[in-house]
Design a protein. Structure first.
Ligand SMILES: [Zn+2]
Length: 360
């Protein structure tokens, strides 16, 4: 049986290991050691994602989470406060996704101890999920045979199941105007910042509709107070669960950039729009949903099927033929310094995962 005390201890131990994206080696060593001690065969692909296998009955089910966290995420001091874990307020908690990793480890511990047999399991702990699903994109799928998976990386309780998620396109633009002395000959300059601002003012941004959003999250430019700014940079993204709306938004974005560019023929605008992940819609009748649903039902919990505006490794897994669904890991307020992990919900996640491993 999943044990709350052991689970919380594991979670705290993992949170104390710094693992900002790109610096996952210490986390990798910790989880690989634990998985090996539980009797799993642990291997790594060329990107050093962790892939571990537990022999058992039937078609394997993939259990996945990611090893990295966002910043500020160094020297995290987890505090148990009532029924929740939180940081001291100077960093994130790192419950995203350490709670997911802890759930999988606790469930494997409980299931392998019980000795009642288990289904075949493939554990996949990816690197560098935050900011681009980089580990998942580089995952060696030839090392994985599961066609059904669960991604322990969602907000809220474990009965929140994300059956639909958007595509994301990343937008970057470098605008080059012309520098000039702002006091002596401003008429010789072309302000890249003004061009960037005009673009920004015309782009469709914010919530476009129920399943479509757009944002420019960063605008940079200029050098000094008395120089007409020669360079400006825009960094943003747009998402939709409907790929036609995504394509339409891309046309609108390109149209705005072209229109503003035509008014500044001497400036240079280098626009780049790249798809980072694809939308997915998992059928409510799929094996992945029913595996999770059966475990929840035994626990007396009602599965809640949701659509999200966020992406996760599941987007890449589905694109590569694994029907993988994110579920809640008991964590609230991802990517903030007030992020919390609700201990009773993390435990429910481990209990659900244990039932899945034992073949519920
Ligand atoms: Zn995450």
């Amino acid at each position: 049986m999943a044990d709350q005390e052991r689970l919380v201890k594991t979670l705290i131990d993992l949170i104390k290991i710094d693992s900002p994206s790109g610096e996952e080696d210490a986390m990798d060593l910790e989880v690989s050691t634990r998985l090996e001690a539980l009797g799993l065969k642990v291997s790594h692909d060329s990107y050093n994602n962790v892939i571990a296998k537990l022999d058992g009955q039937g078609q394997p089910v993939m259990l996945s989470a990611h090893l990295d966290t966002v910043e500020p995420g160094r020297g995290i001091k987890p505090i148990v406060d009532g029924g929740v874990l939180r940081s001291d307020g100077s960093t994130i908690l790192g419950g995203d996704c350490k709670a997911g990793v802890a759930i999988v480890l606790e469930a494997l511990t409980a299931a392998t101890q019980s000795g009642g047999g288990n289904r075949a399991i493939e554990v996949v702990f990816t690197r560098h999920e935050e900011g681009g699903l980089v580990g998942a994109h580089n995952l060696d799928f030839s090392m994985i045979s599961a066609k059904t998976g669960i991604v322990f990386d969602g907000e809220g309780p474990p009965n929140r199941i994300c059956v639909s998620a958007p595509s994301q396109n990343v937008v970057t633009a470098r605008i080059t105007g012309r520098a000039a002395h702002a006091g002596l000959e401003p008429e010789k300059g072309i302000s890249a910042l003004i061009i960037a601002a005009e673009i920004l003012g015309r782009l469709p941004l914010g919530r476009i509709d129920e399943e479509t959003t757009a944002n420019i999250g960063r605008m940079e430019g200029g050098l000094k107070r008395n120089i007409v700014p020669e360079q400006a940079f825009l960094d943003g993204e747009f998402r939709s669960r409907d790929n036609e709306k995504l394509a339409d938004l891309e046309r609108k974005f390109r149209g705005v950039f072209d229109e503003v560019a035509s008014r500044y023929p001497e400036a240079k605008i280098a626009l780049d729009i790249v798809n980072t992940y694809q939308a997915y819609h998992v059928d409510a009748g799929s094996e992945a949903v029913s595996v999770i649903g059966r475990a929840l039902t035994v626990m007396g919990l009602e599965p809640i099927l949701e659509s999200t505006g966020g992406g996760s490794d599941a987007n890449v897994f589905v694109e590569r033929g694994i029907t993988a669904i994110p579920v809640g890991i008991g964590v609230r307020d991802f990517h903030t310094t007030w992020e919390t992990a609700v201990i009773s919900e993390v435990l429910l996640g481990a209990q659900m995962c244990e039932r899945i491993i034992r073949g519920a």
